[in-house]
Design a protein around this ligand. Structure first.
Ligand code: NAP
Ligand code: ZN
Length: 378
């Protein structure tokens, strides 16, 4: 999800930045030896990689990473499918771990706390998006967890497929203590990416919601929309996922490969969330929306999609997009999941299995999120 933003803003090349005194951050001083897994090119596998992180500064938290989810965005980025990947790339932005050290000014965390880190680790803090708590839409510089630069504009960020991470406490999430941590990790991306548009478009009881694609994001969308009281239909290419879809909370399941299955659903949905990672026909999905129905794209196919004017004109439909969520809303989502007992269905893997996990995810063969047990990094 994150590399395409870097592309658009051209922020991946430090020398291209216009000088802005507010961003004249001191270069990072990197002294904390860290182990991870990285890839050096689109066609190369991930392999062990050593690098240094900064010593925690006054507002920083040092987190020993316990679990890191495997998001399809990690795969798009590692394989440079969106373009603009910075190598070496240490992916991973669904991070849960234990705080081992905090800086002198840190107030929200102490050593021993369980903490989370999602898709970004800093932002400008001053633009209207940051002030509105929607740091993901920072106008100046969103410091993404990987494939990005720190606010010094020259230190590359490395993600959660690693032993530890240092993050300013304002960008660290508090993790509820009643949920299994391996199932919590994917909430930091898949959870917030689906929760945020469900809230923004006020999905609730009496509404008919379609979830397109039952993968990492899709299965969270099903759980969350069902918990919010909507009537949920999964629209999937995989006939084998029907029983799971119903167990996750879906009321109906439709196999989209056969257009005959969609005909009776024309105009039936109030809201559709599309989580598909590859090119597919958006017009067929838009046709399922009723009057003023909304379809939100969160899936980030590397290929552009053709949308027919009449797909939107008829029924006055809305096609929207959404990028993860801000820190405040991410904490709200974690608290909501704690209250409702919602976590991700995960398959825990050692990091040595990452390549086969990527291949299985691309084939749609993930039930429903791979999560790396970082103990395997020893
Ligand atoms: P995932 O686990 O691989 O799930 C994607 C699902 O899409 C698959 O399980 C499959 O479900 C369906 N699918 C795959 N190829 C398809 C095709 N050719 N035609 C139709 N359906 C297909 O991936 P994910 O981690 O959930 O991520 C999904 C997408 O969201 C990725 O592009 C990712 O980069 C993006 N993303 C965006 C944001 C954001 O902020 N907007 C955040 C995170 C991720 P079925 O088997 O049910 O058909
Ligand atoms: Zn993600």
């Amino acid at each position: 999800m994150l590399a395409f933003q870097a592309n658009l803003s051209n922020e991946r090349t430090p020398i291209s930045f216009r000088y802005d005194p507010k961003f004249d951050h001191k270069p990072e001083i990197l002294m904390l030896p860290t182990r991870g897994y990285a890839t050096n090119a689109a066609t190369l596998p991930l392999e062990p990689f050593s690098f240094d992180r900064r010593e925690p500064r006054a507002h920083d938290v040092l987190i020993e990473i316990m679990y890191c989810g495997v998001c399809h965005s990690d795969i798009h980025s590692a394989r440079n499918e969106w373009g603009g990947t910075l190598y070496p790339l240490v992916p991973g932005h669904e991070i849960v771990g234990r705080v081992v050290r905090v800086g002198s000014e840190v107030t929200r965390f102490a050593a021993g706390d369980i903490a989370g880190v999602g898709c970004f680790v800093d932002s400008c803090r001053e633009c209207d998006s940051c002030r509105a708590g929607e740091e993901q839409y920072c106008k100046r510089h969103l410091v993404m967890t990987y494939n990005s630069f720190e606010n010094d504009r020259q230190t590359p960020t490395y993600g959660g497929y690693s032993s530890q991470i240092v993050v300013d406490e304002n960008y660290v999430l508090e993790i509820p203590d009643n949920l299994p941590l391996e199932g919590v990790a994917p909430l930091l991306c898949a959870g917030i990416t689906t929760y945020s548009p469900l809230r923004r478009f006020k999905v609730g009881p009496g509404q008919r919601v379609g979830v397109v694609g039952l993968g990492g994001l899709g299965h969270m969308a099903v759980k969350l929309a069902a918990a919010m009281g909507a009537h949920v239909t999964v629209l999937s290419t995989s006939i084998s996922k029907e029983a799971d879809a119903r167990r996750l909370g879906a009321h109906d399941f439709v196999v989209t490969r056969d257009p005959k299955n969609l005909a009776p659903l024309a105009g039936q949905f109030d809201f559709i969330i599309d989580t598909v990672s590859a090119p597919h026909d958006l017009n067929a999905e838009l046709g399922l929306l009723g009057r003023h129905g909304v379809m939100v794209l969160v899936g980030a196919s590397p290929e552009p999609a053709a949308v027919g004017a009449f797909s939107l004109i008829m029924n006055g439909r809305v096609l929207a997009g959404s990028l993860i969520g801000g820190i405040r809303e991410t904490q709200e989502m974690l608290n909501y999941c704690s209250e409702h007992g919602i976590t991700s269905d995960v398959e825990v893997i050692p990091i040595q299995d990452i390549e086969s996990a990527y291949d299985r995810t691309v084939k749609g063969d993930v039930r429903y999120r791979f999560v790396i047990d970082m103990k395997s990094l020893q």
